[in-house]
Write a protein that binds this ligand. Structure first.
Ligand code: ADP
Ligand code: MG
Length: 729
């Protein structure tokens, strides 16, 4: 009998909410308390230091060594005043999450005592012993020097008594080894390109800012149940488990009240987030049982992304205090919704105008159309790349399943915007010119009804949707670093805006009016990129066929999807925008393939172990009990009657044998496929071998285990079942 499972189920079931004591002060008193923000800078830095630093941040200029020394001194005093004893360069490696290397402020003084030390040099640059971070071969291990350098545009913060200094992580030869470096490059590229285009409408625009509002989905599982599932512990998802009789059919979780234990967790998490200056705002249940969502108010992209990475760390920590484990995996449970991280993305000028918002004047509306159509064109041209940007071994489970964005990128625009684009497309140049001249009087094409802001026909099946004043990139995975998606998106849009700008200037040089030039280019782009626009049901099979006909990228195998990064048009685009060099692209793809292989490899090992050492022995024991029963029944009822009463058991015994045989055979096949794949030296070919030859037997093994789960005595089943993992809290 499986006493462990019953014990943990009972433990989880009886658990009470952990009370959360919030400080008596109002949130605005503690919001940002753990952040070295401008207020703290002003308080702790000499006046000239403060001013020089702010200027450097705003002008995106490097800071001098003497300025760094002065900043370091003030930053350290603030950190120590607030209980920090260590500091770390906090960076975003190419693995999941963040990395840190802690050093104490206190150093031995050589005379038996200690001194506190934290110089400008230590603030600005560090040489972390980080040779083990994936680098795709850019640094070989004996030349394993990379260094981290302070990103002055992200504020430092204190987490668990450690001053964390947000940094970029690069090799000695300048190649990026992280997510932050290319993200910052892509933000510069789009600032530059979008500002040039925005100036066509308003010459006073100096900068275009990039905004991100993420929505983080996650599951919570009681920690006792979690600990009893080796697959969850080691891979972040369940590798087996028959569907629960009830799952999300009734959609009662979405509308239901937040359970009290979860409510306490959320309250605690929000408080911690607010102290770190993360403007967390909404929280609610999601569609699947035990699935939830958290979203902040949007911020500038670099900061918003730091905050998202920070919140993923915080969630894990705070969950432990509430005896939960948080699952950030994209598909922890099969058969019910997976988790994504919608990236609400937009552009705005330094004057405060949002570029994806239709305005009140024809000029503003033409600007809105310009930016929107250019996004459409960029997403069309680079749809394969954008898919690669969100793809991973874990997100692959979510894409293409019936409740998530399919593995095809398309854009949803909504009725009104679609109608406007149709008008642009179908008019002759003469008609367009007439219309444009009438635009002064606020009629026709460039006058888009304000009503569009209330974009109610929102299509939940689209991976990339226009939602009123922004685009929502929904295909991003819940465990991903948002930067992966946003680097590709920003670079693609920047490149598109650059070419648009160049073409418009050419028309103008030929004597066309600015407005006509813009309209002519828009018309061309709308025609060219029509294929990406799809407002229908993205989950339908017809769409898959239709997308194929339209020439959109329909590849579903993750390791092959990564090829899009190395396609000539991607390499050129990243080169023109200065976001990635060819060397970086090649190295990063090596890392992607390697990560894919490793994740599948770990899952395959865990599954093999569970199948052979946990499931088959239990099934055998139960089967042998049935065999005993058959023998006894036959002794009790000789002859025909006996045959009849054992028929049912015999049938079960036989079917169980079939499933167990299949499990063993498929496990052998899986192990053999792994051995073969491991001999391959090319990372790409190896990942493909894992995808093509290791994953299919894994799916077979799971199928047969899930069948056995329905046959074996419930009391003997060793692993917590779906109904327990999903409904107990
Ligand atoms: P929904 O679940 O309906 O998509 P939410 O309110 O949960 O909406 O999340 C919307 C997210 O989009 C929030 O983070 C919000 O701050 C963000 N957002 C709203 N407007 C913009 C914008 N112009 N640019 C970027 N993000 C935005
Ligand atoms: Mg959303």
């Amino acid at each position: 009998m499986s006493s462990l499972r019953f014990k943990v189920v009972e433990e989880a079931f009886n658990r009470k909410a952990v009370p959360v004591e919030l400080p008596a002060e109002r949130p605005d008193a503690y919001f940002g308390r753990a952040v070295f923000n401008r207020k703290k800078m002003y308080e702790y830095l000499p006046k000239d230091t403060y001013e020089a630093l702010i200027t450097a941040i705003e002008d995106k200029k490097p800071i001098s060594r003497s300025l760094a020394d002065s900043v370091a001194e003030g930053m350290k005093r603030w950190a120590v005043d607030n209980g920090a004893r260590h500091y770390t360069h906090w960076f975003h490696p190419l693995t999941d999450g963040t990395a840190e290397k802690h050093d104490a402020f206190v150093m031995p003084d050589g005379k038996g005592g200690v001194v506190e030390e934290f110089s400008g040099k230590l603030l600005v640059q560090q040489e972390p012993d980080a040779s083990s971070f994936p680098n795709g071969g850019i640094r070989n291990t004996f030349e394993a020097r990379g260094y981290s350098a302070w990103d002055i545009s992200s504020p430092a913060f204190i987490l668990d008594g450690t001053l964390c200094i947000p940094t970029i992580f690069i090799s000695y030869t300048g190649e990026s080894l992280d997510y932050k470096t290319p993200l910052l490059r892509s933000l510069n590229a789009i600032d530059h390109a979008a500002t040039a285009v925005a100036k066509l409408f308003d010459p006073e625009v100096k900068h275009v800012k990039n905004y991100l509002g993420w929505e983080q989905e996650y599951f919570l599982v009681d920690e006792a149940l979690y600990a009893a599932r080796p697959d969850l512990v080691l891979t972040g998802r369940t590798l087996m488990g028959h569907e629960s009789a009830k799952n999300q059919q009734l959609e009662d979780h979405y509308f239901g009240a937040i359970p009290s234990r979860v409510e306490a967790f959320m309250l605690d998490l929000e408080h911690e987030a607010h102290k770190l200056g993360i403007p967390v705002k909404t929280r609610h249940n999601e569609v699947a049982p035990n699935q939830f969502e958290l979203a902040p108010i949007f911020e500038e992209t670099n900061l918003a992304n730091d905050h998202n990475l920070l919140i993923m760390t915080l969630m894990a920590e705070v969950a432990r205090r509430h005896n939960f484990h948080v699952l950030l995996h994209e598909k922890p449970f099969s058969g019910i919704n997976g988790s994504g991280k919608h990236n609400n993305w937009s552009l705005g000028t330094d004057k405060g105008d949002m570029l994806f918002s239709p305005g009140k004047t024809p000029q503003e509306n033409l600007r809105f159309l310009t930016f929107t159509v250019n996004v459409m064109a960029a997403v069309h041209r680079h749809n394969a790349l954008l898919k690669a940007s969100i793809m991973s071994a874990t997100n692959a489970h979510r894409l293409g399943a019936n409740e998530a964005p399919p593995a095809i990128i398309s854009i949803f625009l909504g009725k009104q915007l679609s109608h406007v684009l149709e008008q642009i497309e179908n008019m002759t140049p003469e008609e367009l010119a007439v219309l444009a001249s009438k635009a002064e009087k606020s009629i026709g094409l460039v006058q888009i009804p304000e009503l569009m802001l209330d974009n109610t026909d929102r299509n939940r099946t689209s991976p990339f949707a226009f939602t009123g004043n922004r685009f929502e990139f929904r295909a991003v995975g819940s465990s991903a670093n948002c930067a992966g998606a946003l680097i590709a998106l920003n670079a693609a849009v920047a490149d598109q805006l650059d070419s648009f700008h160049k073409n418009v200037l050419e028309h103008i040089a030929e004597g066309m009016s600015t407005q006509d030039s813009i309209l002519a280019e828009l018309r061309k782009l709308v025609k060219e990129s029509k294929a990406i626009h799809f407002d229908g049901n993205g989950y339908s099979d017809e769409w898959k066929e239709e997308a194929e006909r339209r020439g959109l990228d329909c590849e579903t195998s993750a390791p092959r999807i990564f090829d899009a990064y190395l396609a000539p048009e991607s390499v050129k685009m990243f080169g023109r925008t200065g976001v990635f060099s060819p060397v970086e692209l090649a190295a990063r793809n090596e890392v992607k393939w390697e990560m894919y292989t490793k994740k599948v490899q770990i899952e395959a090992r865990v599954l093999g172990d569970l199948a052979i050492n946990h499931i088959v022995p239990v099934a055998t024991r139960y089967q042998s009990m049935l065999v005993d029963n058959v023998v006894k029944l036959k002794a009790l009822f000789p002859g025909e009657k006996g045959e009849k009463v054992v028929a049912h058991d015999l049938d079960t015994i036989e079917r169980m044998s079939e499933h167990m045989e299949a499990i063993k055979a498929e496990t052998d096949r899986m192990i053999e496929a792994r051995k073969e794949a491991n001999r391959i030296t090319s990372e790409r070919e190896k990942a493909i071998a894992y995808h093509d030859n290791v994953v299919p037997p894994m799916e077979e093994i799971r199928y047969h285990i899930d069948k056995l789960e329905l046959m074996v005595d419930n009391r003997m089943w060793p692993l917590p079942k779906y109904r327990e993992l999903l409904f107990i809290r």
